[in-house]
Design a protein around this ligand. Structure first.
Ligand code: OOG
Ligand code: NI
Length: 274
């Protein structure tokens, strides 16, 4: 892999781990000092120029990635695409975008005002993908977005960066199953996302996924500081669709639940059931 692609993923990881300190602990617990291979990295955005999914994807296409799968999330009012590289050591890329025009005029007004602050020239640089928020937002606007779309609120608070990395469980030498990975994580004190069950998907759909609930971090809004959910870590085990050929796509019904990993309400419900 070229030096610049490697450097890109290093920078992306460094931004992510700064906001998500538990990601470093995940590597210690599952890798015991050995390097971890990531299955994919996920990004979020709004379907408004200049930050549309296609504009983010352009950077990966420039690195040699190809568009593969398309996904629709009707209830969350989102669409997504995934990208693959011919170098199997490079993670797949999952990018979603919020269909802003399907929301209330208030949400549209807040989101359009945020995106209007983004300089189109900055979007054209690969560093944009770990550049965070390009705007100021008040905590009241954040709370208002949260009423309608947890995704919109997350984007408003954190902007452009990896939403999560995903451990490739097939490549973990010490673990046979995702159940085993989950048990080890829980023993180490991690809280897992139980929305739709701890394991989303199955061998029948060729993909099993689980994730931690997002870390919490202090975000400086224009009027005050608030501690809110930031980013999480995901775990994926893939099954063969043919001899020696692992499934490389995503599963929309499972992804729908993985999105909940940044949802503080889901977290409260889980705590209530604990
Ligand atoms: C993406 C959720 C979906 C997957 O692997 O299915 C996903 C997100 O939370 O932004 O990552
Ligand atoms: Ni994911």
């Amino acid at each position: 892999m070229s030096h610049s692609v490697e450097q890109f993923f290093d920078n992306l990881w460094n931004d992510y781990v700064q906001l998500t300190p538990s990601a470093a602990k995940v590597h210690q617990v599952l890798g015991q000092g050995r390097s971890i291979i990531n299955d994919h990295v996920a990004f979020r955005t709004f379907n408004i120029a200049p930050v549309r999914l296609a504009a983010l994807a352009k950077h990966f296409e420039d690195m040699g990635y190809k568009a593969c799968g398309d996904y629709v999330f009707e209830a969350k009012k989102l669409v997504a695409k995934h990208y693959e590289h011919s170098n199997p050591r490079l993670p797949k890329i999952f990018i979603s975008e919020l269909l802003v025009e399907e929301f209330s005029p208030e949400l549209q007004r807040i989101v359009n005002a945020l995106v209007a602050q983004v300089d189109a020239q900055s979007v054209a640089k690969p560093e944009f993908l770990y550049s965070g928020a390009h705007w100021q937002i008040s905590s009241t606007d954040y709370e208002q977005l949260l009423e309608e779309s947890e995704y919109a609120a997350w984007m408003a608070a954190f902007g452009f960066r990896a939403n999560h990395f995903t451990v490739n469980v097939n490549e973990l030498p010490d673990f046979e199953s995702l159940e085993q990975v989950n048990a080890t994580l829980k023993e180490a004190g991690f809280q897992l996302n139980t929305s739709g069950g701890e394991i989303k998907g199955s061998r029948e759909v060729f993909l099993e996924q689980s994730s931690t609930m997002a870390d919490h971090t202090a975000v400086r809004f224009s009027d005050m500081e608030k501690v809110i959910p930031s980013c999480f870590y995901e775990f994926a085990k893939r099954y063969e669709i043919a001899p020696d050929q692992l499934y490389t796509g995503f599963v929309a019904a499972s992804a729908d639940k993985i999105f909940e990993s940044t949802n503080a309400r889901t977290q409260k419900e889980q705590d209530g059931n604990a």
